[in-house]
Design a protein around this ligand. Structure first.
Ligand code: NAD
Length: 375
């Protein structure tokens, strides 16, 4: 059952003859701050991809927290990547894709991509196959987490389907390799539209396009031109742009000047990790991949093979992605309840995972949040 509850969550727009569905994920808590023991109104079938490495460790704890909030979820668990290759002979099984297309919502842990050889990225494959064209990464600091910018609150919007991620590489002659960067007017326009619509719904004031159009005059030039064209429809939102290298320096020195950042695929990947570093690391920041066919909520971090299997990973990034997912599903009260409890645990500062200076195990941190929710 796919439930559309709040028109502000799913807004259908007719723009220039093209139907654009924008899924707006509200970051701000609703006015109802805490609801305990609320009886669930709807059952939500959600595709769960635990992933590999630390994926199953963080996913199982996030599932525990979501279930403790009282939301009625029917999880459809699927494998992807190396696990799926071993079991089903393919990295992105059709049953998994069908499940997401049916449920329209998935929660996904990280999946390992072999470097320099082996199968192509499942994450990229999922985004391309389902045309999840918008990658949304809100970046906010959390209480008591050592970080450079405790006041930081910005959003990275990354184009998810093209640029150098098209994966079009070939050997021209031995010793010479060509990798093609694809930028289209269609994809650049729709991601710019997404950024401005999102900013409108979230009362954000400025969208900054990040590019290298001084060097890549055609490809990044087209991305920038589409951004500028779309910006004309949003006179109340400031539109500016920065060259990517300068933008990185500015982010490190004066990040407060950014509100919503719009980037093509590769720059978005790099800059969103940089932003995660500004607020305390990869274990904290959520992400959502959104398209007209559905939305996949996932942490920004990878499978962290260096700490996998030890039960020490920080589940906050996937938990925050789960909170975005609950708001997307209209379960705002449950999302607020989890978020408030998570903030309370951070504010107390007693139960913290190792990556942010504590000693707690993944499960202990989840237990602390559940305890707060039941308090
Ligand atoms: P990574 O994010 O896995 O790890 C980088 C560093 O951050 C490591 O030191 C790791 O221990 C730490 N870290 C990451 N998440 C953490 C968490 N939740 N709690 C505590 N510490 C955490 O990046 P990587 O090492 O470059 O990539 C490993 C694998 O993950 C690669 O195969 C890569 O392709 C894949 N990857 C997958 C996704 C995804 O599934 N969306 C995203 C990025 C990388």
């Amino acid at each position: 059952m796919w439930v559309e509850l709040d028109p502000s969550f799913l807004t259908s727009l007719s723009l220039a003859g093209q139907r654009l569905i924008l899924v707006a994920i509200h970051l701000a808590p609703s006015s109802k701050t805490k609801t305990k023991g609320q009886s669930p109104l709807f059952m939500h079938p959600i595709t769960l991809i635990p992933g590999d490495g630390i994926g199953p460790e963080v996913a199982s704890n996030v599932v525990r927290i979501i279930e403790a909030s009282g939301v009625d979820v029917q999880w459809e668990t699927h494998y992807a990547g190396a696990q799926a290759l071993e079991k089903f002979g393919e990295t992105l099984p059709q049953a998994l894709l069908d499940s997401i297309l049916r449920n329209k919502v998935a929660l996904k842990g990280p999946i390992t991509t072999p470097v320099g050889k082996g199968f192509t990225s499942v994450n990229v494959g999922l985004r391309k196959t389902l045309d999840l064209y918008a990658n949304l990464r809100p970046v906010r600091a959390l209480p008591n987490v050592p970080c450079r910018y405790p006041e930081l609150d910005l959003v990275v919007v990354r184009e998810n389907t093209e640029s150098l991620y098209a994966g079009l590489e070939h050997v021209v002659v031995p010793g010479v390799v060509e990798s093609l960067k694809i930028i289209t007017e269609k994809a650049s326009t729709r991601i710019a539209r997404f950024a401005f619509e999102y900013s409108t719904l979230e009362s954000r004031k400025k969208v900054t396009a990040i590019h290298k159009a001084n060097i890549m005059k055609l490809s990044d030039g087209l991305f920038l031109e589409c951004f500028r064209n779309v910006s004309k429809d949003y006179p109340d939102i400031t539109a500016d742009d920065k060259i990517v290298d300068n933008a990185c320096m500015q982010l490190v020195m004066r990040p407060e000047q950014f509100d919503v950042m719009l980037l093509e695929n590769l720059y978005g990947d790099i800059v969103s990790d940089l932003c995660a570093g500004l607020v305390g690391g990869l274990g904290l920041v959520p992400g959502a991949n959104i398209g007209e066919k559905g939305a996949v909520f996932e942490a920004v971090h990878g499978s962290a093979p260096d700490i996998a299997g030890q039960g020490i990973a920080n589940p906050t990034a996937l938990l925050q992605s789960g909170i975005l997912m609950l708001r997307h599903l209209g379960e705002r009260a449950a999302a607020d309840n989890i978020e408030n409890s998570m903030f309370a645990v951070f504010t107390e500062g007693k139960v913290r995972t190792r990556d942010i200076g504590g000693t707690a195990k993944t499960a202990e941190f989840a237990d602390a949040i559940i305890k707060k929710m039941n308090a």
